[in-house]
Ligand binder design. Structure first.
Ligand code: FES
Ligand code: FES
Length: 324
């Protein structure tokens, strides 16, 4: 199973490094950890309780930090055993300066599982991994917010493109977003979420915001052809990528087959969820030109419609599959 991602944190690389290398903080922010003890340099004995659906496992084993290049990178080696299976993983972690007050933390690695864990399937396990990762970064963000760092601005590389406002918590960036083939040069705050920028700054209001928990899918757009919930991405992260919103689907006044499908098969009622449904469906149809009903329902599980039973939505996607 691949473990890959990137997060933006409001701290310098040195500050993040100091938190990650502190055993007390690490124990506090790592989900499920009941014991984390430094047994030799860069080697921890760890016990963690992880729940996978109805199955609960107590994991015990070692966590090792390797190839440390302070404050830029290190590798995390996980070797954990439990009754429900073992986990071995190696994840490379890299810190980069994003702006005067922000850094990115990227992780890239692989995990191998055995036993019941392996039989749960890659999809379930990657869901568990993504939820644990979310919890970890949420806790790390809280820790950053509550820590009084000695020097808020130590070793900061200042990017000339970054403007500081008089209010230090508001940093702005001049960026170019390519949406539906058109380049928009705009100024956004570091914290601006892509969904809000698309709707409020660029007034492309077909992209909706239906929740604040990244669960409804109403904000889904295509980014480099992949369906992405635009509420889970910062606008600055989307710079230079090809974004398609529902407004970009029709060509020369002709509806896209998926739009036609929703119209012909009555796939929408209030329509709030429809743009997100369509973007997710297009991603599916690019990967699978003839999906069956269960594949369509599985692809759309991250898109909630509050007013239909999905029957007509499935038919709409099947209609588009025939036309595309
Ligand atoms: S607004 Fe993005 S998932 Fe709900
Ligand atoms: S059509 Fe109304 S929420 Fe889906």
């Amino acid at each position: 199973m691949e473990l890959k991602g990137k997060e933006v944190l409001q701290a310098t690389k040195e500050q993040i490094w100091s938190l990650l290398m502190d055993p007390v903080t690490l124990a506090k922010i790592t989900p499920g950890i009941s014991r984390l003890e430094l047994v030799e340099e860069d080697v921890y004995d760890a016990i963690a309780e992880i729940k996978i659906g109805p199955v609960k496992g107590t994991f015990g084993g070692k966590l090792r930090l390797k190839d440390k290049d302070q404050p830029n990178s290190f590798s995390l080696i996980v070797d954990q055993k439990s009754k429900i299976g073992n986990v071995n993983a190696k994840v490379d972690i890299a810190l980069d300066t994003a702006s005067a007050y922000e850094s990115t933390i990227s992780f890239d690695g692989k995990a191998n599982m055995s036993g019941v864990l392996a039989s749960k399937g890659a999809r379930v396990m990657s869901g568990v991994a993504s939820s644990l990762t979310k919890q970890f970064f949420a806790a790390l963000r809280n820790e950053i917010a509550s820590t009084e760092f000695e020097d808020k601005r130590s070793n900061i590389e200042t990017d000339p493109n970054i403007k500081e406002s008089s209010n230090k918590s508001t940093m702005t960036h001049d960026i170019e977003l390519i949406i539906n083939g058109e380049t928009h040069s705009i100024t956004v705050e570091s914290r601006s979420v892509l969904a809000n920028v698309i709707r409020e700054q660029l007034r492309l209001t077909g992209t909706h915001i239906g929740c604040d928990t990244s669960s409804c899918g109403a904000c889904t757009v295509l980014i480099d052809g992949k369906a992405i919930k635009s509420c889970t991405m910062l606008a600055v992260q989307a710079e230079g990528l090809a974004i398609t919103t529902v407004e970009g689907l029709s060509e020369n006044g002709m509806m896209h087959p998926i739009q036609e499908g929703f119209k012909e098969e009555h796939g929408l009622q209030c329509g709030f969820c429809t743009p997100g449904m369509m973007m997710t469906s297009i991603d599916l149809l690019h990967r699978n030109s003839n999906p069956n009903e269960s594949e369509i329902r599985e692809a759309l599980e991250g898109n909630f419609c509050r007013c239909t039973g999905y029957h007509n939505i499935v038919r709409a996607v099947q209609y588009a599959a025939e036309k595309m």
